[in-house]
Structures are given as C-alpha cells and as structure tokens.
Design a binder for this molecule. Structure first.
Ligand code: GLN
Length: 480
C-alpha cells in the first residue's frame, strides 16, 4: 500500500501510534510521537522519490533493551529509568537505514531476566488474548504489541527463550537467529555468550524481510560472526516457496515427556500432522541432555550477568542513591535500590558460582555440559533429521501473579528453549493452536522449529509453508 501510494508512512505511523497510546496492555514504555512522525515524513520523501526499499515507511517498535537516541532505554529497570543513550544500537541503526520508522520502546523483564514480563520495574504486560495471563518473557512487550496489532514489527532478544516463548504465549511469529549473526552492540547485556537479537511479527514472511536487514558482522561486537565465518547478508525470503516434500523432522522424545501439558501436546502433534500432509516425515530422535539445560543455563547466565551488571555502580550513569556515607555505601545503596529482586538474585548466584573454590564445581562443569548439549544437536541435525520440532513451552501462558514467588518454577518452564540457546542454534516459534479450557480468553500455543547453524532461511521457509496451509498466525484476539 505504501508503494502504491494508497497510504503514507505518516498515516500508517499515526495509526499505530494511536493504537499504542490507547492500549492498556502496558506493552509500550516510551512513545514519542514527534520523533516517530519525523521519521515517517522522511520515509514519505523516499517513497515519493522512488528510492524506497521494501521496508521503507513501515513502523517497528524496539524492545527496551536496544538503546535508542531520543527514546529512553531502560532495560525494564529502575536502574536505567531515566537513561537516554547517546547512540543507537546497531540493530536500531540498521532498521533506520532501511527506512523503517521507530514506533517506541517495548516493555520487557528487567535486563531480560524472566519468562513472564513480571520482573519489569514498570509493571507487567497483559496478554492481549487473555488479559489475566502473562504475555511470556522477557520480550513480553514485543509479543503483546504484535498480537494486539499495536505494531506490525518488533525487535526482541533471546538469551534462553525470550523471543520464542513470548511469541508462543501471544500467538505471533518470532525467530532467534544463530548466535553471533545479529550485532549485540547497543543491546544492553544480560549474558553475552547467549544474548541474540531477532525479529517478531505476525508471519514468517515478515520475519524473513526483517532478518534481511538485521544480520551482519559488526566490528563493534567482539562475538559478531564475520562473513568468512558464514555470516553473509543473504536473502532470508529465498526459501519461502520451497516445498516440504522429503523434509525430515526430528521429534525429540525429551520434549514430549512428563510435564508437558496435554493441550499443548495435542496442538503441537496436530501441527506435526499438518507437516506430514505437506510432505514431511517425522523421525523419532533423542536429545539426552535436555534436562541438564536448566542447571547449566541457570549457572552460566547468572555468572555472565553478575559480570555484565557490575558496570551499574551509580558512578557513570544510571540510578544513584541520594544519600550515602562513602563510596562503598554509594555502590551498595545504588545497586540495592536500582535492581529488582530477580536481578539481585542472579547477581548473587552468578558471583557465587564464579568465586574461587566454587568455580570448578559449578561454572567450569556447566561449560563442559554446555558442550555436550550442543553435541546432542550435532548428533542428529543433518544426519537423521533436517530440523527439530516440538513445543516451545510446557504449558500455555500462566496467570498474572503466578510463579512470582517461586523463581524455580519459572526456570523449569524454560526447559524446551534453553538447549537451543546454549548450543547457539537458530530457533523459531510459530502459532499452531490454542490451549483447552478458555479462561478470560483463549491462550495460544506455539510450535518450536530448531535448525542447524545458519539454517534461518530454511526455518523461515518451513514456517511459511505451514502458514500458507493454516491460519493460526492471522487470527487476532477478541475485539482486536
Ligand atoms: N527465561 C529465561 C531467563 O529468565 C530466558 C530469558 C531470556 O531469554 N532473556 O533467563
């Protein structure tokens, strides 16, 4: 419509700004209509001049973990409540260079730690399908904004599942690329060896177009993969038309065992049946170290977080306590006041597992098991199967207020997403149905698709073929 001049970017941006401003889901943390509309006006000039690219003029909202000039960047933390970055994250710059319009900043768990968006210092996000349910996390604002049609596209980040799980809980599509493909520069760090940005949208096709702009080596990110290492700019839409005949789908028995809710299992099995109809074959596989992913992740991620978050000391930027006795007291008070309970818990766990005397027993051992978890995938991918499919989470979205006093219960719900992250593999979530037992509304179920390193185009193609044959991705919550 933009290219046919049926609508201007200014009109489109206004449409979404109005929706976002009228929404009571708490998905957005910061909107600045003037800044967005100035970008839309610039996009309209490009459209008029005929120099527009495929995404020029389309609005995108950023998870508030990506720093932005102009809009505040809080990472969902009181520590950064007033912080405005003097520079943009690479991802933000890349989308701006593609002519996209920044719509604002999206709520998330504090420093991306969580799986229900209830750890945000700025309050939880409501799930648009059922406002009594959590949207998932940590990218809960991103998923809720897409589901409620407050934005057509969003950025998100995934350290242990934070793109896939909220996408699943909110019935939208999201992909976490291979670790190192998307720059972490300006992505506020949680656990650097795991953090990876990716897009969320309604469809796999939209995600492919977004990923086209997102990937690429960045000299400012020391773990960014180079072109020589395979991180080429590529056209992620190229496999959208590839038929699925002959595709071998690995179905891990560990993803269908005890703890998987019956309604999630039946939706996921129905999706697998659909793939069989499309020409794929199902292969039973085993990922034997799946259960170890929880203790391994909850050692490594807090260890890295404790190191990354040491920069928030009240000196350079961020929250500083108003009263203190001396320097040490200022550090302590600033950090105690600025960080929420979950972040403090992880800093303590991380500091503990790294300390002399425990390092070998916990951190080093976790690193060794991390390698074995990655080996599990290499034993099957490209050998007995081409991709792996299963549930994203053991249940549909839980109720707001649930699991807040029981962090371990929340950690356990990450069982199906953590291994992919620890191995650095790409994974996506696509809507594949709804849970049984409607409460205040339906609660969506997501199907997870995991591929080998650099298999993003293949995953997106597989997802697109499914989305051509089904309509789960185009359904909207009641009243939206
Ligand atoms: N739920 C996981 C955690 O709490 C993953 C979060 C994420 O991927 N950012 O750490």
């Amino acid at each position: 419509m933009l290219h046919a001049k049926e609508i201007s970017s200014t009109e489109l941006t206004r449409h979404y700004l109005d929706r976002a401003q009228a929404s009571d889901l708490n998905a957005f943390l910061h909107i600045d209509a003037e800044l967005s509309l100035a970008q839309a006006a610039a996009a309209d000039l490009q459209l008029a001049a005929g120099s527009a690219g495929p995404l020029t003029g389309i609005p995108i909202a950023h998870k508030d973990i990506f720093v932005t000039e102009g809009w505040r960047s809080t990472a969902g933390s009181k520590m950064l409540a007033k912080y405005v970055s003097p520079f943009n994250a690479t991802v933000v710059d890349k989308f701006a260079a593609a002519g996209m319009v920044t719509l604002g900043k999206l709520n998330c768990d504090e420093f991306a730690m969580g799986s229900s968006n209830q750890n945000s210092a700025f309050g939880p996000v409501k799930n648009p399908w059922d406002t009594l349910a959590v949207p998932g996390g940590s990218s809960g604002g991103s998923a809720a904004a897409i589901a409620a049609r407050l934005a057509p596209a969003a950025t998100a980040t995934d350290t242990g599942g934070s793109i896939r799980q909220p996408a699943s809980f909110c019935g939208v599509t999201g992909i976490k690329p291979t670790y190192g493909r998307v720059s972490r520069f300006g992505m506020i760090a949680f656990a650097s060896s795991l953090d990876q940005g990716g897009p969320m949208a309604q469809t796999a096709e939209d995600c492919a177009m977004l990923l086209n702009e997102m990937v690429g080596f960045d000299t400012r990110d020391s773990t960014s993969l180079t072109a020589e290492q395979g991180n080429l700019r590529e056209d992620f839409t190229r496999e959208l038309g590839t038929p699925l005949a002959g595709l071998r789908i690995g179905v891990p028995k560990e993803y269908f065992g005890e703890g998987l809710a019956a309604d999630v299992e039946s939706a996921v099995r129905a999706a697998l049946d659909q793939f069989v109809k499309l020409g794929a074959t199902l292969v039973d596989i085993s990922l034997p170290k799946t259960a170890q992913s929880i203790p391994v992740y909850y050692i490594i991620a807090p260890a890295e977080a404790s190191s990354n978050l040491s920069r928030f000391d009240g000196v350079r930027y961020g929250h500083r306590a108003s009263e203190y006795r001396d320097l040490a007291d200022m550090y302590k008070k600033s950090r105690a006041e600025g960080f929420g309970a979950e972040v403090q818990r992880r800093i303590m766990v991380g500091t503990y597992v790294l300390c002399h005397g425990y390092y070998d027993a916990y951190y080093l051992k976790a690193q060794k098991i991390r390698r074995l978890i990655a080996d599990d995938f290499q034993a099957v991918l490209g050998k007995t199967c081409d991709v792996i499919m299963g549930p994203v989470a053991p249940t549909v979205a839980w109720d707001l207020g649930e699991k807040t006093d029981d962090p371990v219960a929340a950690y356990l719900a990450d069982i199906f997403t953590l291994s992919t992250s620890l191995a650095g593999l790409p994974g996506m979530s696509i809507p594949c149905g709804f849970g049984q037992g409607e409460k205040n509304g339906k609660r969506p179920v997501g199907l997870q698709i995991i591929g080998n390193y650099f298999a993003e185009a293949r995953l997106l193609g597989i997802a697109h073929q499914y989305q051509l044959a089904t309509d789960w991705h185009s359904r909207a919550p009641a009243g939206i």
